[in-house]
Ligand binder design. Structure first.
Ligand code: PMP
Length: 363
């Protein structure tokens, strides 16, 4: 005899979790050899050989059966040296997603005012529902830059925004970020810089003056390590220690930890710099080719471009037509983006293939 009905159990779920819509990412595929996967802003290139060689460590005594370092001391030290910051200003997460969630859990109580932009990263509503915060959703202007005055006017306890902005690739200037930090002080500004390694600037120097600023970054994009899940948050040491206090024990696994160390070796950084240069030059070439077929494409400071086509029907036709030809791009149902496709910058061959297929589909 069952001891009761599951509906009775489900009634115990917190009310803000009951309606939570989980994150839905871009489609994933099995054979990378047969597909051009241009839908999740990953790197089309593998990380350098020295980083891949970390795989051999699985055979070292203790590597798999012992817990990894829990204080992240060596990794913090190496990243701090790379960024020109102090190790105490860094917290690591299982992807920057985990850091962003930790920030939400540290600062947001049920009913607290949380501001985020639309369109922007699709995890903002998830953190809203997870914490039960009260959302202020701000429509971005047509140029997708951060509307500082409108955000300030809402007086949120915390604001999330991506910079470079996703999915447009637009960069909000550092002076605007600084003004937002000043106007909202002491309330919290969370700047998601997942793509900033592809931009000409970032907000790291604001960390000196703005103890209410938290910047998150990732190894998933420019470091070509999406599969390893390593991200980090940067802020004032006292704020970072609050975030670190709620980290799960050993949240960075042994393989990811070792890969992170290898990725920060000087010769790896040199390799990544070359890769970033290549992706940026392909980004500009891709934008030009997409404009040549009649799309409007905003200048992008990330590793993707947002192409506005003639109509929602055309965007949808291209999405499906490209998928039939083994090319995945991102298509959004959001009303502001229905006539757009977002394309991750691929290898030169993938980008040529994409442009040729778009030409065919447009007849
Ligand atoms: N922010 C933005 C804007 C993203 O697109 C992503 C990737 N989905 C992330 C954060 C999270 O990246 P990760 O967890 O891989 O560091």
């Amino acid at each position: 005899m069952p001891i009761g009905n599951v509906a009775q159990v489900l009634r115990l779920v917190r009310s803000n979790i009951r309606g939570l819509k989980p994150y839905v990412g871009g489609a994933q595929i099995i054979s990378y050899a047969e597909w051009a996967k241009l839908n999740q802003n990953e790197s089309p290139y593998p990380p350098p050989p020295s980083v891949r060689a970390v795989g051999n460590k699985f055979n070292e005594p203790g590597f798999l059966n012992r817990y990894p370092p829990g204080d992240h001391k060596e990794l913090k030290g190496r990243l701090a040296a790379h960024l020109g910051l102090a190790p105490e200003q860094i917290t690591f997460g299982n992807g920057s997603d985990e850091v962003l969630q930790n920030v939400a859990l540290v600062f947001l109580d049920k009913g607290d005012k949380l501001a985020y932009m639309k369109p922007d990263y699709s995890m903002w509503p998830v953190y809203e529902q997870l914490t039960g915060a009260s959302p202020r959703i701000i429509d971005l202007p047509d140029d997708y830059t951060l509307p500082v005055d409108r955000v300030s006017a809402e007086r949120p306890k915390l604001v999330f925004f991506s910079n470079p902005h996703t999915p447009s690739g637009t960069l909000t200037p550092i002076d605007d970020v600084r003004r937002l930090c000043e106007e909202l002080f002491p309330n919290i500004i969370v700047e998601d810089e997942a793509y900033a390694d592809f931009a000409e600037g970032n907000s790291l120097k604001l960390l000196e003056d703005c103890p209410n600023l938290i910047v998150t970054k990732t190894f998933s994009k420019a470091f070509a390590l999406a599969g390893m899940r390593l991200g980090y948050g940067l802020g004032h040491p006292s704020v970072i220690s609050q975030i670190d206090a709620i980290r799960l024990p050993y949240n960075i696994n042994a393989a990811t930890y070792a890969v992170g160390l290898a990725a920060l070796e000087p010769e790896s950084i040199e390799y990544y710099d070359g890769m970033i240069r290549l992706i940026k030059s392909e980004r500009n070439r891709l934008r030009g080719s997409l404009e040549n077929v009649g799309f409007s494409v905003r200048p992008s400071h990330a590793n993707f471009v947002l192409a506005k086509t003639e109509s929602p029907e055309m965007a949808e036709m291209l999405y499906h037509g490209l998928a039939k030809n083994n090319i995945l791009v991102r298509y959004f149902s959001d009303e502001r983006l229905v006539d757009c496709i977002r394309i991750t910058v691929g290898t030169p061959e993938e980008n040529d293939h994409l442009i040729a297929e778009i030409g065919e589909l447009l007849g």
